[in-house]
Write a protein that binds this ligand. Structure first.
Ligand SMILES: [Zn+2]
Length: 421
């Protein structure tokens, strides 16, 4: 006997948007229909007024284990993910040691098994030690459970190595996620280049730092015909380049993070290190371009780039502070704000947070009979205040502390097992 979710609005983009019941048995979806009798299951959940969506996937998180467990462990990261409504996450490889070999990949999966059921998909490194010099053993990594490849945190500087990586990875069906940054041009930049940086006396990072590499990777994708996924898009120029590439049929996909469509460089005024990240927060014009890119499908995915840091790494001079913010527990309400503001429909949001990441990563997704019961139940009307002290993440580095937001995941179900959020 399984679980019955009654009277929720099921939003599964391209499949259904209706009020119905879902019967779950043995970890799978057994039936979807209105009026399934309560006697059909031992556990009945009333989801009236709630929205039921395919389990959310965050395809870009940094859990710091192995190596920096004081910032986050796989277990604490999975708890933060569940709290935020995510049934699956992809962990980036810049751990210590780097996830560039099967042992580390297997260690991450082993740790994930002991956590709360959130599905963890390790992203392994493109190059050994993230050094951009030699490719890792992709076959071995795939066999160990890696789902994609990225040197995230560092760009692959050599175009030749990036080309070889695309070709080699494609043979194993492993997508490449590119961290686009011209580090020479970035120099010692600490925030967005422009008038605000000048006024604050901080070295700036121009938009071209990102778009130069986006354009290069589009060129490599065009050359090889192999898909490339661009991580954390922050600039108008990147959005324009990706839009143009898609029009020309180049198989490029892209993600942005909630902070890039919510905040601008103004958030770093007063030297607020909890708004320091890489790529940096940009201008209002860039923020609008990112929102337009989400609205017209140029940007496929919303991912958090969840980057936990200890308070001591943030309570230092701005230019010395660590880059990144935690994002798992605030991503959904910030995304729902896009729906409220008419940038995305509810189905459009769920595409960005579940369907598209699954498609890019080659995962099965969707509320269909026979599929794994990976489901997120959202209360769209819950108004709450972000309180970093209540985070389940080990870290507290968020610029959204104290924000009043609307919408919250209340229940997430992974393979039929439910967890309150
Ligand atoms: Zn990242």
């Amino acid at each position: 006997m399984g679980m019955l979710i009654k009277n929720g609005r099921i939003v599964d983009p391209g499949n259904m948007d209706c009020i119905s019941d879902i019967l779950i048995e043995n970890g799978k979806i057994k039936d979807i229909a209105p009026g399934i009798p309560e006697t059909a299951a031992e556990k009945v959940i009333d989801a009236s007024g709630k929205i039921i969506v395919p389990g959310l996937i965050d395809m870009h998180v940094h859990f710091r284990e192995p190596g920096q467990e004081y910032k986050e462990t796989i277990e604490s990261g999975c708890q933060a993910a569940a709290r935020g409504g995510f049934t699956a996450v992809c962990t980036m490889p810049n751990t210590d040691p780097v996830n560039d070999n099967a042992q580390v990949t297997k260690f991450i999966l082993e740790k994930a098994k002991q956590a709360n059921g959130v599905k963890v998909y390790p992203v392994a490194a493109i190059s050994r030690g993230l050094e951009g010099k030699t490719l890792c053993e992709y076959g071995e990594l795939k066999q160990a459970g890696a789902i994609a490849l990225s040197d995230d945190g560092r760009p692959v500087i050599s175009s030749q190595l990036m080309r070889r990586a695309l070709e080699y990875a494609n043979g194993f069906g492993l997508p490449i996620i590119s961290h686009c940054e011209d580090i020479d041009l970035a120099g010692n930049g600490a925030m967005n280049e422009g008038e605000t940086a000048t006024r604050m006396g901080l070295p700036g990072i121009p938009n071209a730092v990102e778009s130069i590499m986006v354009i290069r990777d589009i060129a490599l994708s065009e050359l090889t015909g192999i898909p490339v996924h661009i991580a954390h898009v922050s600039t108008a120029e990147s959005v324009h380049a990706i839009r143009d590439a898609k029009k020309r049929g180049i198989p490029v996909t892209a993600e942005t993070a909630p902070h890039y469509f919510t905040l601008t460089e103004k958030a770093v005024e007063n030297y607020n290190t909890n708004a320091k990240m890489n790529p940096p927060l940009r201008t209002e014009q860039d923020r609008q371009a990112v929102r337009n890119g989400l609205a017209d499908g140029t940007i496929d995915v919303i991912a958090t780039d969840h980057a936990p840091h200890h308070v001591l790494e943030k309570e230092v001079e701005f230019d010395k502070a660590a880059n990144g913010i935690v994002g798992l527990e605030t991503s959904l309400p910030l995304g729902l704000k896009l729906v409220e503001e008419g940038v995305l429909t509810m189905a459009g949001l769920i595409e960005k947070m579940s369907i598209n990441p699954a498609r890019i990563l080659g995962l099965e997704r969707g509320i269909k009979v026979g599929n794994a019961a990976d489901i997120t139940v959202i209360d769209p009307d819950a108004v709450w205040t972000v309180n970093k002290d209540e985070f389940l993440s080990v870290s507290r580095n968020t610029p959204f502390h104290g924000w009043e937001v609307r919408g919250k995941a209340v229940l997430m179900i992974v393979d039929g097992s439910s967890h309150e959020c």
